[in-house]
Design a protein around this ligand. Sequence first.
Ligand code: PXP
Length: 245
Amino acid sequence: MLRLGVNIDHVATIRNARGTPWPDPLRAALLAQSAGADGITAHLREDRRHIGDADIEALIEALTLPLNLEMAATAEMQAIALRHRPHAVCIVPERREERTTEGGLDVAGNQAMLADFIAPLREAGCRVSLFIGHQPAQIEAAVRIGAAVVELHTGAYCDLDTEGRHAERDAELDALREGARLAHSLGLEVHAGHGLTYDTVGPIAAIPELAELNIGHFLISESVFLGLDGAIREMRARMDAARAA
Ligand code: PXP
């Protein structure tokens, strides 16, 4: 079965716009669980623009679903992850000026640093995931440094779809399929995410090697209209339908 990880970052974005305690990301996480999420994802950014340290503490304390903590490869984040020992840690590239995580991690170009960075996380029992593009060099480097999981970046595929550039979108989709196949054949668990919507999720969910999708911004956006429960159930149904087909 294809798992759905619900990313709750943008519940915190709305909260932080006003500096109120609401809407509460933990409440969203608990609701996501009852709507059929298999895990909760939260990105603790260096600038704390959405999720904050107290959110991570509350999630660790109250959540019964696995928590996937997304973070940059910095000493501060490593210390936080080692303190909380979430189920999974997904290492993402992070630049302060970006609006969201714009590209994949350059694992091939930073092998030694990343191998050292993830070793203590693995020893602490966290499943380490690397957020990468579909390039074979990145996938092979992830294997060499001992990652358990790679998450393939679907952002370019989704952007090309939104822009109506269908030939390029289809080529990107083929590359994601190839990447998933290669990663799986090398023994990695393969996840995917970024930018997924009701329109773009089907072809990704249909890739048989994928074990998990992580989806956030669109679900929180759609919850304005459908409620979070309805938005998640609709996404789950589309994922399941794509898999069944
Ligand atoms: N996966 C990773 C590694 C991410 O960094 C993000 C965004 O934080 C997502 C998935 C979810 O992306 P979106 O919010 O666009 O669905």
